[in-house]
Design a protein around this ligand. Structure first.
Ligand SMILES: Cc1cc2nc3c(=O)[nH]c(=O)nc-3n(C[C@H](O)[C@H](O)[C@H](O)COP(=O)(O)O)c2cc1C
Length: 295
């Protein structure tokens, strides 16, 4: 089977999950091509959808929606002559049911291109805004994703549909929250660089929208910000202030390694993620049980 996964990842979480899917598909003897959405949008290729049996789109949830770059990409995809299966891979900081509405707009754009959603999967990964998760939680989230992705990938390959539960008034709520697309662009113009900056220009090079320029003296932040956090998250000096949301800034990559550190919000995190981890344990137990019965 030939598969293609188009992904956008602001700070690397979604890319890590896409890599796990890609490894699993390869183990199952599939040809898998992984393409970065921002590179596709800057290039001139026609995305070559016809050569693939199934198409995946992966993205981080931003304000209960897909980031605007993902919607823009979907609008630019050519309409197919024949219907194809589509799957979504999403990451978010929390397992909130409201996150399920994030794909509604994307789904309807792609339906018009004859890409029909059959499977969607959602993985909790550590926050890149609001608060920094403990390394121990980040590690646990990633380990759980690693454990369940082989089963999720097999569902996609064997044609077992998997959809996330619907949310009441989801389309309307998603429409309201899409104000973040506009708000992000507005807030992006308020970004500032402080005096600790060493002018490494990593932010300029990393921005998926080429929205940051340096004139030799000052940094300029344009009006195309996606609020993906890549610039401030990766800044080695933690020198970028992210406008109105500066108190929510998270700086520095997660190690995703075993750790004994404690959550800053231990009670909340324990409660918020318990059901998410239990759901994964239950899915794996169920799949193993039915595999044993078949043997
Ligand atoms: C602007 C913005 C909005 C976000 N909104 C949500 C949200 O609505 N729900 C949620 O659970 N996480 C939200 N997050 C957290 C990210 O979805 C999460 O950390 C994700 O794994 C980041 O993936 P990436 O590293 O591939 O960009 C948001 C992050 C950003 C930067």
């Amino acid at each position: 089977m030939n598969l293609c996964i188009f992904y956008f990842s602001g700070t690397g979480n979604t890319k890590k999950i896409v890599d796990l899917f890609s490894e699993q598909f390869s183990l199952e003897n599939c040809n898998v091509v992984v393409k970065q959405i921002e590179t596709c949008l800057n290039g001139t290729d026609d995305f070559g959808l016809d050569q693939f049996d199934k198409i995946g789109i992966a993205y981080p949830i931003h304000a209960f929606n897909a980031p605007s770059i993902v919607l823009e990409f979907a609008r630019k995809l050519p309409a197919l002559k024949q219907q194809k299966d589509l799957f979504f891979i999403k990451t978010s900081g929390e397992p909130l049911a409201l996150n399920n509405i994030s794909s509604l707009k994307l789904k309807s754009i792609l339906k018009k291109k004859k890409l029909l959603l059959t499977n969607e999967y959602h993985y909790c990964m550590p926050y890149n805004i609001i608060f920094r998760h403990a390394e121990s939680t980040a590690y646990k989230m990633y380990e759980y994703a690693k454990r369940v992705i082989p089963y999720d990938a097999r569902e996609i390959l064997t044609g077992v549909p998997a959809k996330l539960p619907k949310v009441f008034c989801g389309r309307f709520l998603a429409w309201i929250f899409r104000i973040e697309h506009w708000g992000g662009r507005w807030n992006g113009k308020k970004y500032k660089v402080n005096e600790t900056c060493i002018h490494c220009l990593k932010c300029v090079q990393a921005c998926p929208m080429q929205n940051i320029t340096f004139d030799g003296d000052k940094f300029h932040f344009g009006k195309e910000c996606l609020m993906c956090m890549r610039c401030s998250f990766r800044c080695p000096q933690n020198a970028i202030q992210i406008g109105l949301f500066n108190k929510w800034k998270v700086n520095g990559a997660y190690a995703f390694k075993k750790s004994d550190d404690q959550e800053t919000h231990p009670k909340y995190c324990k409660k918020a993620y318990r059901k998410y981890f239990e759901r994964i344990d239950a899915k794996i137990a169920k799949e193993n049980c039915s595999a044993d019965r078949k043997e």
